[in-house]
Design a protein around this ligand. Structure first.
Ligand SMILES: Cc1cc2nc3c(=O)[nH]c(=O)nc-3n(C[C@H](O)[C@H](O)[C@H](O)COP(=O)(O)OP(=O)(O)OC[C@H]3O[C@@H](n4cnc5c(N)ncnc54)[C@H](O)[C@@H]3O)c2cc1C
Length: 369
């Protein structure tokens, strides 16, 4: 298989940044193109929890997420840790017997799959990890020590900065409007919103929630779900939590030195029922206050509703599309967890033509049948 001459990475969120960084590192010529600014799409409005404990629906998907965690550790060694990387583990507890039984069953399955999990009590969590939490002293809490959270926008900035320093090109604030193919069906060009055209022989569709529109440029139908989520940032003079956690009715994590991020599936269910994002933000803060009282006085800085980039069957779509030589897809929910491993595997496939077994269940052509 011939090495590509020039690869256009369409979309520079966490997934495009990871693919482009890996390609550049291996000597490929990369041009990053983003309709907005790198890292400011859903990557910046994510709960950003790096995990496999929530991925037990299918063993191959769990294994891919476990590889995602391992690839983060390799990435941190390669580019250096910093404001983007927070390997502080994850806490989960419930306030009703049915949810608690579900958490217990999941933790037993995970332990059987050799995934590290510790069970503590609420009192131990407060004394060992998180003194600002209110929770019953005897409540069981599952602690997943190998999990993490990531500052997605900072990571994208770091990866794109390194790639550009190594020769990659970056077009930001300009959308791809067309993808041109030759008479042989191979990728030849991408056309940008300003009317310019770039010669490329490979494209990577990493357009996140807009991936089906980009797929449409080569007349491909990529079916995607519509599952919006609301994320809120709070301004805090002192950040009272130290790690990502799923508390009853609310997910909380730090977001740097002066900010906290909140999300809740229960609040997501209210999207489209007439409440504006500011109201959703206030509801999230109210839920967080019950777990971390001092968050009750924190100011909501912004709430954003974003679509999750989820292919229709819920699983990633990653790899070549054999019917259009030179076209590759890299579209996934849990893209924060999976970005680095998708980047590593897809870059290897683009450069060698070899298809990694780890992606066997997540191939784009399953939607072409
Ligand atoms: C509420 C919520 C909570 C989440 N929580 C988690 C979590 O805890 N853990 C986890 O792993 N994942 C989580 N996710 C999912 C995760 O955030 C996404 O899977 C991931 O950020 C996707 O990254 P991306 O690079 O594909 O998309 P994006 O970050 O959106 O990047 C795509 C880029 O493509 C650009 N683009 C679009 N169209 C074009 C075009 N025509 N031309 C050029 N550029 C274009 C956009 O400007 C954008 O910058 C969550 C998502 C949501 C919404």
């Amino acid at each position: 298989m011939k090495r590509p001459n020039r690869v256009a990475v369409i979309g520079v969120g966490i997934i495009g940044a990871c693919v482009g960084w890996n390609l550049t590192r291996r000597g490929a010529k990369v041009v990053f193109i983003d309709a907005g600014q790198p890292g400011e799409g859903v990557t910046n409005w994510s709960f950003s929890w790096v995990n496999a404990s929530n991925k037990t629906v299918r063993k191959s998907y769990f294994d891919l997420n476990v590889a995602g965690l391992a690839t983060y550790r390799e990435l941190a060694a390669a580019i250096g840790p910093g404001s983007w990387w927070h390997p502080s583990g994850h806490l989960r507890w419930a306030d009703d017997p049915a949810a608690e039984a579900k958490d217990l069953k999941n933790s037993e399955l995970l332990a059987a799959w050799d995934y590290r999990v510790e069970v503590c009590t609420g009192a131990e969590v407060r004394s060992r990890f998180e003194p600002a939490l209110t929770m019953p002293g005897e409540v069981p809490v599952w602690f997943y020590p190998d999990e993490a959270w990531v500052h997605g926008r900072h990571l994208v900035g770091r990866l794109v900065g390194q790639a550009v320093a190594s020769g990659a090109e970056l077009y930001s604030g300009i959308a791809v409007r067309d993808i041109g193919t030759g008479a042989d069906g191979r990728i030849r060009t991408v056309a940008l919103a300003d009317g310019s055209r770039l010669d490329v022989d490979t494209v990577v569709n990493a357009a996140g929630p807009h991936a089906s529109q980009v797929a449409g440029l080569i007349a491909r139908h990529l079916p995607m779900r519509r599952e919006p989520g609301a994320v809120t940032r709070l301004d805090c003079a002192r950040v009272p939590v130290h790690r990502a956690m799923h508390a009853p009715h609310i997910e909380i994590r730090p977001d740097g030195d002066a900010s906290v991020v909140l999300h809740s599936r229960e609040i997501d269910a209210l999207i489209g029922t007439g409440q504006d994002p500011a109201e959703l933000g206030r509801l999230l803060r109210e839920s967080a206050r019950r777990v971390v009282p001092e968050l009750g006085s924190a100011r909501v800085t912004e709430t954003r509703v974003s679509n999750r980039p989820i292919p229709a069957d819920g699983f990633p779509s990653v790899g070549a599309l054999p019917s259009v030589p030179g076209y590759y897809e890299a579209v996934s929910h849990s893209g924060i967890t999976l970005g680095p491993v998708i980047g590593r595997l897809l870059a290897a496939e683009i450069l060698s033509g070899k298809r990694d077994e780890m992606l066997a269940d997540f191939r784009p052509e399953r939607f072409s049948l």
